[in-house]
Design a protein around this ligand. Structure first.
Ligand SMILES: CC(C)CC(=O)Nc1cccc(-c2cccc(CN)c2)c1
Length: 232
């Protein structure tokens, strides 16, 4: 998160850190006791290894009362996701067991009504992604508020030039923005997850490249189907 602030500890109890060998790679969030939603492109550099999922954390390194690292039983990237574009950039992770829910570990509801969030709505996004242009990685969760911009503005030829589909949404990226390692985290508007951070043009804080999110509502049926089909 570029030019945001340190989040209030454990006030975003749905946040997950997807880790490999103890290193934060991407964000995610708890959508059910045994399921985390993230971004499919986060698996690009994992060489087929499964993530571990850290829940209940504010600091990535310090001991905290309800912090716990969960093994992943299975990962389900959306079948339409690919490395060449941001389409269908969603990843479902089934935890090895149901997460123990408590004050610091809680499910976040996601939007099921497929209707665009109005432009200028101020939403919030959080993550352990890089916090400056030198790629400094934070120990603590950061957050930032960002206004939604319309798909028409986001698709302008000087911005994302028509690549933003109706399954995507954008927020203004002037100065304050998402960045590397924030992918997979939720865009939360009025307490509901409306989108999942995707890397898009992989630049941060440049107003000509607004932040892009995969809208969740269009994928509600896919999410429900995977959760229902996987055992348990
Ligand atoms: C395996 C993956 C972690 C590789 C990757 O995603 N790299 C990468 C590099 C630079 C910027 C970003 C990035 C992420 C989220 C939002 C944005 C744009 N605001 C950029 C992402």
């Amino acid at each position: 998160i570029l030019r945001g602030s340190v989040a209030r500890p454990h006030l975003k109890p749905y946040m997950a850190s997807l880790q490999l060998d103890g290193q934060h790679v991407c964000g995610g969030f708890l959508i059910a006791e045994q399921w985390v939603l993230s971004a499919a492109h986060c698996t690009e550099e994992t060489d087929g290894k499964l993530f571990q999922v850290l829940l209940g954390a504010h600091s990535l390194t310090e001991p905290e009362p309800h912090k716990r690292l969960y093994q992943v039983r299975a990962q389900f990237p959306h079948p339409g996701s690919n490395i060449h574009n941001n389409k269908d950039d969603l990843l479902l992770l089934q935890l090895e067991e149901k997460a123990e829910l408590n004050a610091d570990v809680r499910v976040l509801p996601f939007q099921r009504e497929d209707r665009d969030v109005a432009a200028d709505t101020v939403c919030e996004v959080a993550g352990w992604g890089t916090i400056d242009h030198s790629g400094t990685r934070p120990d603590k969760l950061h957050q930032v508020e960002r206004p939604v911009i319309s798909r028409d503005v986001c698709n302008h030829r000087t911005r994302h030039d028509g690549t933003i589909t109706q399954n995507m949404m954008c927020t203004d990226s002037r100065r304050k923005d998402t960045c590397k390692g924030d992918s997979g985290g939720p865009l939360v508007c009025d307490g509901v997850a409306e989108g999942v951070v995707t890397a898009g043009s992989r630049v941060c804080g440049n107003y000509k490249k607004p932040a892009i999110y995969t809208r969740i509502a269009p994928y509600a049926a896919w999410i429900d189907g995977v959760m229902a089909s996987a055992d348990g």
